[in-house]
Design a protein around this ligand. Sequence first.
Ligand code: FAD
Length: 404
Amino acid sequence: MGERLVVVGSGMASGRMLEHLFEIAPDAYDVTLFGAEPRGNYNRILLSPLLAGQQTFAEIVTHDAGWYAAHHVACRFGETVTKIDRAAKTVHSRHGETPYDKLVIATGSAPFMIPVAGRELRGVLSFRDLDDVEAMIAVAEKSRANVVVIGGGLLGLEAAAALHARGASVVVLHLMDHLMELQLDPAAGRLLQKEMEGRGIRIHCRAQTTAILGHRRVEAVLLDDGTIYPADLVVMAAGIRPETRIATDARLQVERGILVNDRMQTSDAGILAVGECAQHDGACYGFVEPLYAMAAVAAKTLAGEDAVFRPVRTATHLKVSGINVFSAGDFLGGAGTEAIVLSDPGVATYKKLVIREDRLVGAVLFGDTQDGPWYLDLIRSGTPIARFRDDLMFGRALVERVAA
Ligand SMILES: Cc1cc2nc3c(=O)[nH]c(=O)nc-3n(C[C@H](O)[C@H](O)[C@H](O)COP(=O)(O)OP(=O)(O)OC[C@H]3O[C@@H](n4cnc5c(N)ncnc54)[C@H](O)[C@@H]3O)c2cc1C
């Protein structure tokens, strides 16, 4: 019998952490895995292609019943942990108390629902889990359903494209001047808008939602300028907030996320946090790559090995088929930087590379994104670029040919 490890949240970070743990210390713990969703771990990223009808749920499951059985994981799916009792070392759920020796909090994030009247109406959904996707599909399959997506970021645009592909009439409302402003500069944001509009998706930037209208079910969305968009479905994709409630209630240190040290330990060394709910060195993450790095560190910490989490620079890809967008690093530039820009609106291609002191620090690519991973490597490694700066814009193949 190993020590008792309780994991709260069966999402992407905890799934990866358990894989590492069973590899390096297969017999160290008896694991109990709680999940608020009535299902085990799946690849949440692939909810977008699932919504678009390009994949099935079975294809995006990452850990099936056989895997849990093989590793003797006691699965408590559909069971939300409501409280951590640190003194008694137990967690509470609707089936009572479960004792732990070590606890991992991996509760992810909750979608931010903008605080407007009508947000509680039926048909107002977030885009976070399988239930959301199934509910969206049920509405979108009705003929000519009107969909309003609030939020023109990554998630909102993926939802919009997928629902449009299912035959819905879609409007995206975005508060800012251009789409995906967290990842794209204005030029690339506008190209993206044109591309989405070319497919028949309406985009309304600088849109301030005032209320969601309807009786029990949503019927329309009202903007502050008086515009009304009819809606059978409203998808809120206006950001996420780390899900920290049980940690706050247990008086662990929490700011935006649950504070963790380099080893993923919270302010109580016997309790770890991983994934979007965790805050390390002032930062919370919303992409899986750094979360997977956290998962590896947490597994080592649980196994009694040394490991240190270091922030990971990530790149952004929009998962809309036929639209290639890449962004990484400091894509806006500013004082002390130079930007090389290549733009060909005729073929909807745009490239911007941001350079500071002989190093690539940021990149935005629209259209041809083939060299994205190479630019990301250059950003991460801080490789001096003077030798091939003139050819940098034309990509890796040319630079390597010239060097050969
Ligand atoms: C549609 C979509 C597309 C995305 N695309 C990308 C992408 O292309 N690239 C990328 O890097 N990232 C993408 N992401 C983000 C990525 O999915 C998340 O960063 C990742 O899933 C976070 O992992 P996590 O384990 O921290 O949280 P989650 O995967 O959300 O898992 C947390 C789990 O904990 C459960 N839970 C919460 N509270 C409790 C509780 N009290 N008791 C029990 N269970 C609880 C939740 O129900 C959830 O199942 C996407 C996300 C979505 C929704």
